[in-house]
Design a protein around this ligand. Structure first.
Ligand code: NDP
Length: 345
């Protein structure tokens, strides 16, 4: 039975040096917050765990401010309204919100978006129909611009961003090559219709990639960096496009990797092959592309051309371990924490 007087929350207790551990988090219970005029009190149903949260644990300023020490870990949530002081929402409404790692919270009603559980499962609002799906859509179509018959390669392909990238590439008539860790993920990519799926942990990965792209790579959607990027770079075609979305292989690094400086080789490839390498953070495309994304994604889900998979962990207290696992590939699909009962299922 949920305690209606207490809010359980996970705070950032210390900053990690390298891989985060449970010592970096502290769980506490505090009295339930009270909503003011224009606000709603929410009960978290799903907390989305995403790789960007590793960056928020660092002190260094990035494209977003770090989480302060002693503050609630940041995160997107799907929540139920349990008390409303705004006419636009009533108890029982389900909303997309940003409560972070806590069981309850207060938000301004104008900062949440009401969800229609009849339209799609509410969890998809932080997955295929939410930020990760949108990241794939905007980054691939606006920067990658795949043309029919071209070859698109994506890593972390069994995750919510990568799986959408590959499927959207196929919808646009391109060949999709997905890279993931392990046989189970590779089998799922084949089931989704990727033209080729490769295991980056295989000792023959470099040769497998070479064989999978006989005409070279026109679009490489970068999610990971590391040894996958090393294998991809020599296979990029003239005029290739590289949307740089994430570098999860490097998020726990504290120092640059040892080795010869290969930046000249990289710049030379960019120059001589006229390659476009363009980093992006999905917000920049929200105004211009979000509405169309919602319409397109809903249609593709309906006609079966865009499928997704969720990896649901029960209990807020298990969020830290699930988060560590995601950074090393233990998740299989969009990683969610079911913080409280989902009344729509
Ligand atoms: P995922 O659920 O795909 O989780 C990350 C995956 O990365 C792991 O499951 C693992 O999959 C893979 N991985 C981890 N370490 C390595 C490694 N060393 N080499 C190769 N693969 C590795 O995450 P998302 O789909 O949510 O996010 C994918 C990327 O997109 C991340 O880099 C994230 O930061 C970025 N992102 C960027 C946004 C933007 O606006 N720019 C917005 C949202 C996400 P496997 O087992 O297959 O190796």
């Amino acid at each position: 039975m949920t305690d209606t007087t207490q809010n359980t929350r996970v705070l950032l207790a210390s900053r990690p040096h390298g891989e985060p551990t449970s010592a970096n988090f502290r769980i506490e219970s505090v009295p339930m917050p009270e909503p003011a005029d224009g606000e709603v009190l929410l009960r978290t149903v799903y907390l989305s765990l995403d790789p960007y949260m590793r960056g928020r644990m660092n002190e260094a300023k990035s494209y977003a401010a770090p989480v302060e020490l002693g503050a609630v870990m940041e995160g997107g949530t799907v929540a139920e309204v349990i008390q409303s002081r705004d006419p636009s929402l009533k108890p029982g409404d389900m909303v997309l919100s940003h409560l972070g790692w806590q069981s309850h919270g207060v938000q301004q009603a104008r900062h949440v978006r009401k969800l229609d559980p009849a339209r799609a499962p509410i969890s998809t609002a932080v997955g295929v129909l939410g930020m990760p799906g949108f990241t794939a859509y905007a980054g691939l179509l606006e920067i990658g611009r795949p043309q029919s018959g071209e070859t698109v390669v994506v890593a972390a392909a069994a995750g919510p961003v990568g799986s959408a990238v590959g499927q959207i590439a196929r919808i646009k008539g391109a060949r999709a090559v997905g890279i993931a860790g392990g046989a189970e993920k590779v089998a799922w990519l084949e089931e989704l219709g990727f033209d080729v799926a490769l295991d980056h942990r295989s000792p023959t990965f470099r040769d497998d990639l070479k064989a999978a792209v006989p005409d070279g790579i026109d679009v490489y959607f970068e999610n990971v960096g590391g040894h996958v990027w090393e294998a991809v770079l020599p296979r990029l075609n003239t005029y290739a496009r590289v949307p740089v979305c994430g570098l999860v292989a490097h998020y726990n690094e504290t120092e640059p990797r040892e080795g010869p400086d290969r930046s000249a080789r990289l710049m030379s490839a960019i120059l001589t092959k006229s390659i476009t390498v363009r980093g992006f953070i999905q917000h920049e495309f929200v105004k211009s592309h979000y509405k169309q994304f919602q319409a397109d994604a809903a249609e593709w889900i309906r006609d079966g051309s865009l499928r997704h998979r969720e990896d649901v962990v029960d209990g807020l207290e298990n969020a830290p371990d699930a988060f560590f696992g995601m950074l090393s590939g233990k998740n299989f699909g969009k990683l969610l924490v079911r913080v409280g009962e989902d009344p729509t299922r």
